[in-house]
Design a protein. Structure first.
Length: 54
């Protein structure tokens, strides 16, 4: 996400706030779509889940 211009602090819950505009939210969604598209095909759906995963 950082490479797409979105800083996501790993120690927080990534809440939205009233100061964000619709354009801000759109930019975050667009960045997430790009990042997830880049990951498509890289995750083995048959890989075992980590211990403790639901």
């Amino acid at each position: 996400m950082l490479a797409e211009g979105v800083l996501m602090c790993p120690a927080h819950h990534w809440f939205l706030c009233a100061a964000m505009t619709d354009a801000d939210a759109d930019a975050i969604v667009t960045a997430a779509e790009r990042v997830l598209a880049g990951l498509r095909g890289t995750i083995d759906p048959h890989a075992p889940s980590p211990p403790g995963a639901a």
